[in-house]
Ligand binder design. Sequence first.
Ligand SMILES: [Zn+2]
Length: 69
Amino acid sequence: MNTPAATAKKTPMIKRILVRCPATAKLTATGLTIDEDLYADTPLKNHKLTCPHCQQVHAWTKKDVVLAR
Ligand SMILES: [Zn+2]
């Protein structure tokens, strides 16, 4: 599973985890951050957030995530 590129040391790229509101299509910050290098190996399941755009609680998974600087 290892790739040559993964062995090189780099500065961690910390990203903010955003999800898109299904009601308003606006991006919403989850308050979570992640090192982009670890993201591919990090399971994200069963998360919920109270959406500031539509006031509903959205369940989100990895496929809903947008990473932002
Ligand atoms: Zn929403």
